[in-house]
Design a protein around this ligand. Sequence first.
Ligand code: HEC
Ligand code: HEC
Length: 343
Amino acid sequence: MCLSVLAIISCNKDDGYTGIPEDKPFNFVIPENFPPMAQDISGNSPTEQGVALGRKLFYDNKLSRNNTISCSFCHEQAFAFTHHGHDLSHGIDNLLGIRNAPAVQNMAFQSEYFYDGASNGIQLLSIVPIHNPVEMDDNLSNIASKLAMDDDYVQRFQSAFENGEISSSNILNALAQFMTVMISADSKYDKYVRNEPGGTMSQLELQGLDLFQSKCATCHVTDIFTDSKFRNNGLPINPNLNDLGRETVTGFERDRYKFKVPSLRNVALTKPYMHDGRFGSLESVLNFYSNGVQQTQNLDEILQQNGVLGIPLTENEKQAIIAFLKTLTDETYINNPLFYEKT
Ligand code: HEC
Ligand code: HEC
């Protein structure tokens, strides 16, 4: 009796209900001021179910060896998904890492991840924190077995993926889908460039934008604010860490002390700054570019033009650039319920 009722419902084409959840594409818009996506997501385009699963995984401690650390532990939404208050991130067993956690936003528009480019695919990048012995220290097949014991996950994987499997690749796929839709493009600056309401910039902010375009935008380029390249911006070497940067991945000495140019979106929320979180304020960053740049190995050409080290700036120019950088704060992004933890 019951069965036939179910059969009737599931065969009723009029209301489109089939009994099997549909793969509903996740509705997201590519901001018109953005460059083209740098990642090919065609094999794993976001669906409603995939994104929801990715979000659940992002907030789940089960992604770590002893079930204590989630991605969100170090990537907090209120701070554009950075680890607030930490120069170097600490993870499992309170172990200290060697780098500052960057913002997670607009990832599909970037072609390199991590300060040294340890990954260049949104599809695979989650392996890096999951395997890192001082971050989550787990592995995907172990995580898959843990998730398989949870009915909610069993259902969610079934509805999100064609093969329905709780597998390493589907875990990575779901996280990638979630990160693909984490788009920040609603700051005052965005409204200004797209000529939308709320986009009126002050004189100081406009002066800052002008200065930024002439002095900073070679590296912090496009409306993603990075060229996704590795460069040495002349930070004094931190002898405690002696982080070689890109060389760690390539093994080439010509890559020593080069780090990925970070995006500057939401930068007013993401202190402390640089790969080791050495600067606590934007003022310190601007003071550094103005008179702290050091002639270290592989210092970028742009920062040593005509025998001048760094980017000399007056106090007023620094204030203008900071005023501009603050227009990159995107309240919509950090308050967007799509990216909240859901229970
Ligand atoms: C223990 C803290 C910690 C945890 C947990 C953590 N991260 Fe991170 N994350 C970091 C740090 C630190 C970096 C920078 C590392 C580097 O550059 O080598 C980073 C970098 C990233 C980046 C690269 C951003 C960029 O602009 O290049 C992404 C994306 C990211 N994490 C996503 C995740 C995801 C997804 C998870 C969960 C699977 C996760 N993280 C777990 C601390 C953490
Ligand atoms: C030669 C390329 C280059 C130029 C020019 C440049 N930057 Fe950078 N910037 C970088 C690199 C590379 C890093 C990351 C360095 C690191 O962490 O080791 C960085 C980091 C930063 C950070 C820290 C971001 C974070 O999340 O930690 C800020 C803020 C910043 N730059 C602002 C500026 C401003 C403002 C200007 C112009 C006055 C400027 N940059 C010019 C390459 C450049």
